[in-house]
Design a protein around this ligand. Structure first.
Ligand code: 5GP
Length: 234
């Protein structure tokens, strides 16, 4: 499978066409941005880590009945994926208070929630991905009722599967962000699942092993990504 025209370049990934109109190549970059790209940097080997971590997690989810866009790994930084029409709604699932939820509600980070919280954010860098609810989604025709029901159900199932998977590897899945898209009348999980899109804390020390090390200048960023890769592959 060969890379053809570059059709999208985002903050952390490039997406290329292939000779098959149904398939795309997703290439993971070492570039890191935060706070709507006001903070920029690179994390050595991040692209390769996120490619491998995402591939493994998509593989696990597929075995548990969740359909994803992942087809196969192509190289250290590239995976073959199904072409999606991305739904412009980011789904966040939270198990522990952190980041945006701590700020929004004036809560301390680290409080375990009594039940997982699902949030929707409108996918727009210019608007800083604002929090929206199902009424906005239906009124603005971002997705149908049936699609959102499926997305919510998949998101909670993914949380259930990943909580257990990470727990067995001594990692706390604090929160994470998912993106879904349409592919031939089906809703598939897209994008990536990696320390760029999840908060992962060491179970015994609460050490942050995710992109917050970059966002908050905590150091040992590359090591944190490598540590997550090591545990995910174990
Ligand atoms: P928060 O809303 O607390 O900033 O983020 C919640 C979770 O979703 C975190 O794990 C965060 O990494 C992820 N997340 C939310 N929005 C984005 C985004 O635009 N880019 C990335 N890489 N992760 C995001």
């Amino acid at each position: 499978m060969k890379k053809e025209k570059l059709i999208y370049e985002g903050k952390a990934k490039k997406v290329y066409q292939t000779d098959n109109p149904e398939l795309l190549i997703q290439e993971f970059k070492d570039d890191a941005t935060a706070f709507d790209a006001k903070k920029r940097g690179t994390i050595r080997n991040k692209g390769a880590c996120n490619n491998e971590i995402s591939a493994r997690l998509f593989g696990i989810l597929e075995t548990k009945g969740i359909s994803t866009h992942f087809v196969k790994l192509l190289s250290g930084r590239e995976m073959l994926v199904k072409r999606l029409e991305i739904i412009p709604v980011e789904v966040t699932i939270r198990n522990v208070v952190a980041g945006g939820m701590a700020k929004l509600l004036g809560l301390e980070e680290g409080k375990k929630l009594k039940a997982p919280v699902l949030e929707y954010h409108y996918k727009s860098d210019a608007l800083h991905d604002p929090l929206i609810n199902e009424y906005h989604i239906f009124a603005l025709e971002l997705a149908s009722n049936k699609e959102m029901k499926a997305i919510a159900r998949y998101s909670f199932e993914i949380n259930h599967i990943l909580l257990k998977f990470f727990d067995q590897r001594d990692l706390k899945l604090v929160d994470f962000k998912l993106e879904f898209g349409r592919h031939k009348d089906k809703i598939l999980l897209g994008d990536e699942i990696s320390p760029d899109t999840c908060r992962l804390w060491d179970k015994s020390t609460d050490k942050k092993l995710d992109k917050d090390r970059f966002r908050r200048d905590l150091g040992d960023i590359e090591e944190a990504y490598q540590e997550v890769l090591r545990r995910v592959l174990s």
